[in-house]
Write a protein that binds this ligand. Structure first.
Ligand code: SF4
Ligand code: SF4
Length: 199
C-alpha cells in the first residue's frame, strides 16, 4: 500500500471531502421545486397534450379531413373517420392515440388550416391506456381547457409555420393564419352550454 493511500485511510480524507460537498450544497441555490404545489413555467412552443382548435366563429373544429396529418405521422397514431357529402368532406371522428405519439409536431406543421395543436398542457397521465386515446370530443375539450388557462387573450402556435419552407409555398390558409381570440372561444362554449341546458 502506498503512503497516500495509507494517509487517506487514517485521516478519512474521502469522507471529509464528501461532507464538505454536502455542506456546500446545503447553502447553494436549489435546483428542484416542490411539485405539484410549485410549477415551472412552461416554455412557449412546448409540445404537450393534443387538441383540436375550436373555431372562434363557428364553435366547431377546423379540420377539413384532408388526411395530411395521418399521412405525415411517423407513429401512425392518428385515425380519422370521415364521410363525403355532396360538396364537402365531413369529419365524423378524429382519434389520436397519445401513448404512441413521439411529439414531433409534424401533424401540426402539415395541417393546411392549423386545426391541430400540441398544447402546453403536460399533466395528463392515466392509469388506463384508453385515457390517452383522445377522440374528437375530447380533443375539443382539451382545447377549451387549455384556452381557459392560457395567460394571453390570443393564441398562435409557432409550429403552425413549418421551418425551412418558403412561406410563399404554404397554403393561403396557413400563410394568413391570424392569432385566435380566446375570449370568443370561452363565449362560444358558454353559448353551447346554455343551448344544451335550455333544450
Ligand atoms: S406529434 Fe408526431 S407522432 Fe404525434 S401525432 Fe403528431 S405527427 Fe404523430
Ligand atoms: S391535416 Fe389538419 S385539416 Fe387535414 S385532416 Fe389533419 S387536422 Fe384535419
Amino acid at each position: 500500500m502506498r503512503v497516500g493511500e495509507i494517509l487517506n485511510k487514517v485521516f478519512l480524507i474521502e469522507i471529509f471531502k464528501g461532507l464538505a460537498l454536502t455542506l456546500r450544497m446545503l447553502f447553494s441555490k436549489t435546483v428542484t421545486i416542490q411539485y405539484p404545489s410549485q410549477r415551472r413555467k412552461v416554455h412557449e412552443g412546448f409540445r404537450g397534450r393534443h387538441a383540436l382548435v375550436r373555431d372562434p366563429f363557428s364553435g366547431n373544429d377546423k379540420c377539413i379531413g384532408c388526411m395530411r396529418c395521418t399521412t405525415v405521422c411517423p407513429s401512425k397514431c392518428i385515425h380519422i373517420k370521415r364521410e363525403k357529402t355532396e360538396n364537402k368532406m365531413v369529419v365524423i371522428d378524429y382519434i389520436i392515440d397519445a401513448s404512441r405519439c413521439i411529439y414531433c409536431a409534424y401533424c401540426v406543421e402539415a395541417c393546411p388550416v392549423c386545426a391541430l395543436v400540441l398544447t402546453e398542457d403536460y399533466e395528463y397521465s392515466s392509469y388506463r391506456r384508453e385515457g390517452l386515446v383522445f377522440n374528437k370530443e375530447k380533443l375539443l375539450k382539451n382545447w377549451d381547457d387549455f384556452a381557459k388557462r392560457w395567460h394571453k387573450d390570443f393564441y398562435f402556435n409557432k409550429f403552425w409555420q413549418p421551418p425551412g419552407i418558403d412561406p410563399s409555398r404554404w397554403p393561403k390558409t396557413k400563410r394568413e393564419q391570424a392569432p385566435i381570440p380566446l375570449k370568443r372561444v370561452v363565449e362560444i362554449k358558454r353559448e353551447v352550454n346554455d343551448e344544451s341546458d335550455g333544450s
